[in-house]
Design a protein around this ligand. Structure first.
Ligand code: ADP
Length: 709
C-alpha cells in the first residue's frame, strides 16, 4: 500500500504538476496573444474610422468645389442670372440644403429658399402702401354714397360707372372689390359671390392698401357667402383651394397674415365639416384636408428654420470670417452653430479681399446634415466596417444616437472619434467585442498553444497508462504473494502432518506387518523429499533473485544425471503406480552444467508432470541432440494448460486454473526457478500443451557451453 501511495505521489509530482504548470503557461500565452490581437484590431478600427471621417470630409469638399465652380460665372450678388445657376447647383447636390448670400457681413439672404411666408415686417417696401382708390371724382362720390349716406344702390351704380373709365388693372381690382362689398351690404349675396370670383380669377395678386394681396381675402369672402347661401360644396371647395394656394406660396405674405388666412380657411373647413351638410361626399375632403395639414406642418418647420437663419446667422458667420487666419488655407470656412432649437452646419466662401474692397459679401451653403449622414457617412461606414463584427453609433453633442449599425452597439466603447475639422459636432463610437479565448487559441498564428495542449494531453494519457499498468501489476503481485504464503503454508503442513503420524505409528511399534512398515517408509521418504524440494525451490529462487546464486559448471554426463533424477522419482512414486520412462538418443555428449541446479530443474518438471497427470500414470523424459543444442523434454499425458495461462506459467507465483477448482497443491515458483536455471545456462525453455491431452516442457541447452555466469 505504501508503494501505491508512492506511485500516486510520483504521478502527481511527475505528471500532474508539470501539466498544470504547462497549462498555466499556455493560458497566459493565449491571454497575451489575445491582448495583441485586440490591439491590432483597435489599430485597424482606428484606421478605418479615419477613412470614414475623411470620406465625409471629401463629400463636403465636393459640394464646396461645386459652389466654387458656380462662382466662375462671376456671380457677385443675387440676381435672376445667379438664381438659375444656383438652382442648378442645388438641384445637382443633395447635400446642399440652402445657398445663402451674406451681404456686408450683416444681412443674410436666401435667394433659393421657398418660404411659406416672410418674417413680420420684412416684406419689401417698394410695393407697400400703394395709393387707395385714388382721387377720381366718380369713385369719391360712390364712396360717399356707400359710407356716409348708406345708399347702397346709388353707391353700386357709382362704382359701376367708375369701373367703365378705369384702365389701370390695379385700380380695376380695387373697384371690383368695392362693388362686391356693396353688393354684400345690400343683400345681393349671389352677385357678391360672382364679383369676388371675378376678382380671384383676374386680380388675385393686386395689393390693397396695407400691402396685402386681394386674392386671399376675396377667396375668404366667397367661402363665407357660399356658406350663408347654403352652397356648402362651393364653400368647402373654395376654402380648400385657399388653403392649397397659401401652402403653394401663391402670394408673398408675412407670418401674421399667413397665419390669419390659414387659420380662417381651416376653421371654415372644420365648421362646414362639423355641420355634416347633406348630399356631400365628405371623405375625400377630409383626406385632402389631412394631407394639407401635414404639409403645412412640414413647410412651417422649414420656413421657421430658414427665417431663423436669415435673422440670426449673420453674427456667427461674421465672427468666423473675421476670425482671420483659419487653421487651413482652404477657401471655405466651415462652421456649425445653433440658433434657438435649430442647428446649422454651413460652409462659406472666405472673402479674398480683392483690391476694390467689395468683398464684404460672401456666398455660402447650408449643408443638409441628414443627407450628409445618409449619403456620405452611412455608406462610408458600410464600406469600411462591412463585417458587422464591429458595431458603431453616431451621436450628436447631446448624446442622442443619430445613426447606428445594424448590429446593435453593446458593451463598452472601444474607440471614440470625432470628425477631422469644422464638421457637425458628431461623435463616432465603435464597440468591438473582445476576441474569444478559444478563437485566439485556435487561430493563434504560432500554433504553439495547440502544440502545448497536445503535449499536455499526451503526457497525461501516457502517465495515466503507466500508472494504471504499474499499479495493477503491483496489485497482482501482492495478490499472488498472499496466495503464495497461504499455499506454501499448506504445502508444508500436510507432508509434515503425515510424516509425524507415520513416525508416531512406527515409533509405537503398532505397525502389523513388515510390508506395511515398508510402505510407511516410502511415504515418509516421498513426503520429506517434497518438503526438501519445496524448500530448495524457495531458497534457490530467493538466491537467484537477490543475485547471490553461484553456478558451478562441470562437464557432465547428462544421461547419467537424467537417469539418477528419474530413478529417484521412480523410487518415490512407485507406490502410486507411475511409469516414468527415460528415452535417450545416444550418444549424448558431455555438457558443462551446474549439476545440482539442472537436477533441480528436471526434478521440478517431472514433479509437475506427476502433479498434473490427472488419471494418466505415464511420464516420458527424453534427451536428444538437435544441431547445436541438447534438448531435454518432459512429457506428460495429463490435464494440460489452458490457452490463456500458457504464456504466464513461468511467472512468479503464477498458478494455473481456477482458484476454486484447483486441487493440486503448489507454490507457483517451480517453473520460475526452472526458467532462471535454464537461462543461467544460456538455454531456452518452451512449453506446448493441449488441455486434457498433456504437456511437453522442453529445455534447449547450447552444446558449446562456455562458462556461464
Ligand atoms: P505449482 O507449484 O503451482 O506447480 P509451477 O511454477 O511449477 O507452480 O507451475 C505453475 C503452473 O503451471 C501450475 O500451477 C500449473 O497450472 C501449470 N503447470 C505446470 N506444469 C504443468 C503440467 N505438466 N501440466 C499442466 N499444468 C502445468
Amino acid at each position: 500500500m505504501q508503494k501505491r501511495r508512492r506511485i500516486v505521489l510520483l504521478f502527481g509530482l511527475g505528471i500532474v504538476l508539470p501539466s498544470l504548470l504547462l497549462g498555466y503557461l499556455a493560458f497566459r500565452g493565449i491571454q497575451n496573444d489575445r491582448a495583441l490581437v485586440e490591439k491590432e484590431r483597435l489599430e485597424d478600427t482606428r484606421r478605418a474610422a479615419d477613412r470614414v471621417t475623411r470620406a465625409v470630409d471629401d463629400a463636403i469638399t465636393l459640394v464646396e468645389e461645386a459652389l466654387a465652380k458656380t462662382f466662375a460665372y462671376q456671380i457677385e450678388k443675387p440676381s435672376a442670372e445667379s438664381a438659375s445657376a444656383l438652382e442648378k447647383l442645388a438641384a445637382g447636390n443633395p447635400l446642399i440644403e440652402q445657398v445663402f448670400y451674406l451681404k456686408d457681413f450683416k444681412e443674410v439672404r436666401l435667394p433659393l429658399a421657398k418660404l411659406l411666408y416672410v418674417a413680420d415686417g420684412s416684406r419689401e417696401a417698394n410695393s407697400s402702401s400703394p395709393a387707395g382708390l385714388g382721387n377720381s371724382a366718380e369713385i369719391q362720390a360712390a364712396q360717399r354714397l356707400e359710407f356716409q349716406q348708406k345708399d347702397y344702390p346709388g353707391a353700386l351704380a357709382g362704382y359701376r360707372q367708375a369701373l367703365k373709365h378705369v384702365n389701370d388693372p390695379r385700380l380695376e381690382g380695387l373697384v371690383l372689390n368695392a362693388i362686391a362689398r356693396v353688393q354684400r351690404k345690400s343683400g345681393l349675396l349671389k352677385e357678391a359671390v360672382s364679383t369676388y370670383e371675378n376678382i380671384v380669377r383676374g386680380h388675385s395678386a393686386i395689393i390693397i392698401p396695407g400691402g396685402m394681396p386681394l386674392g386671399p381675402s376675396a377667396s375668404l369672402e366667397i367661402c363665407l357667402l357660399s356658406r350663408e347661401l347654403k352652397d356648402f360644396a362651393k364653400s368647402l371647395q373654395t376654402s380648400l383651394g385657399l388653403y392649397k394656394s397659401l401652402l403653394g406660396r401663391e402670394w408673398t405674405l408675412e407670418r401674421a397674415e399667413f397665419d390669419f388666412f390659414v387659420q380662417r380657411a381651416k376653421t371654415l373647413i372644420e365648421e362646414v365639416l362639423a355641420g355634416q351638410p347633406p348630399g356631400l361626399d365628405l371623405a375625400p375632403v377630409r383626406g385632402d384636408f389631412q394631407s394639407l395639414r401635414a404639409e403645412e406642418a412640414e413647410q412651417r418647420n422649414k420656413t421657421e428654420r430658414m427665417i431663423a437663419f436669415e435673422q440670426g446667422a449673420a453674427p456667427a458667420l461674421e465672427a468666423k470670417l473675421r476670425g482671420g487666419t483659419d487653421e487651413t488655407n482652404r477657401s471655405f470656412s466651415r462652421l456649425a452653430f445653433d440658433i434657438g432649437s435649430h442647428s446649422y452646419f454651413v460652409s462659406i466662401v472666405r472673402p479674398t479681399t480683392p483690391p476694390g474692397g467689395a468683398s464684404d459679401a460672401a456666398w455660402g451653403i447650408i449643408i443638409d446634415a441628414e443627407q450628409l449622414r445618409e449619403n456620405a457617412l452611412r455608406p462610408a461606414l458600410r464600406d469600411y466596417f462591412p463585417s458587422g463584427e464591429t458595431a458603431w453609433a453616431i451621436k450628436g453633442n447631446d448624446g442622442a444616437v443619430l445613426l447606428s449599425s445594424e448590429n446593435p452597439p453593446a458593451g463598452p466603447v472601444t474607440l471614440r472619434t470625432s470628425f477631422v475639422s469644422d464638421t457637425p459636432d458628431w461623435n463616432l463610437e465603435f464597440h468591438q467585442p473582445p476576441p474569444r479565448l478559444i478563437r485566439t487559441f485556435l487561430l493563434s498564428r504560432r500554433g504553439l498553444y495547440s502544440f502545448v495542449f497536445l503535449l499536455i494531453a499526451g503526457i497525461l494519457v501516457f502517465g495515466l497508462a503507466l500508472t494504471i499498468r504499474s499499479v495493477s501489476h503491483e496489485l497482482e503481485l501482492a495478490r499472488m504473494k498472499s496466495d503464495f504464503v497461504s499455499t506454501v503454508s499448506h504445502e508444508f503442513k500436510s507432508p509434515l502432518t503425515s510424516i509425524r503420524q507415520l513416525a508416531e505409528m512406527l515409533q509405537s511399534g503398532r505397525v502389523p506387518s513388515e510390508e506395511r512398515r515398508q510402505q510407511y517408509y516410502d511415504v515418509l521418504l516421498e513426503q520429506s523429499e517434497r518438503l526438501a524440494l519445496l524448500t530448495d525451490n524457495i531458497l534457490s529462487l530467493a538466491k537467484i533473485e537477490e543475485g547471490r546464486a553461484e553456478f558451478a559448471f562441470e562437464t557432465t554426463d547428462i544421461f547419467a544425471l537424467l537417469s539418477s533424477v528419474v530413478s529417484s522419482f521412480q523410487e518415490r512414486v512407485r507406490h502410486e503406480g507411475f511409469d516414468i520412462e527415460l528415452k535417450a538418443q545416444s550418444p549424448i555428449p558431455l555438457v558443462a552444467v551446474d549439476r545440482t541446479a539442472l537436477s533441480q530443474a528436471i526434478t521440478n518438471l517431472i514433479d509437475n508432470a506427476i502433479k498434473y497427470s490427472g488419471d494418466s500414470r505415464k511420464v516420458v523424459v527424453g534427451a536428444s541432440v538437435e544441431e547445436q543444442f541438447l534438448a531435454i523434454a518432459v512429457r506428460d499425458f495429463g490435464v494440460g494448460i489452458n490457452k490463456e495461462d500458457i504464456d504466464r506459467v513461468f511467472e512468479r507465483f503464477f498458478r494455473g486454473g481456477d482458484e476454486l477448482t484447483r486441487t493440486v497443491k503448489g507454490s507457483g515458483l517451480g517453473l520460475t526457478l526452472v526458467k532462471e536455471i535454464v537461462e543461467a545456462h544460456r538455454g531456452r525453455i518452451q512449453v506446448e500443451s493441449e488441455p486434457g491431452k498433456g504437456s511437453v516442457f522442453s529445455i534447449r541447452l547450447p552444446l558449446a557451453q562456455g562458462k556461464g555466469s
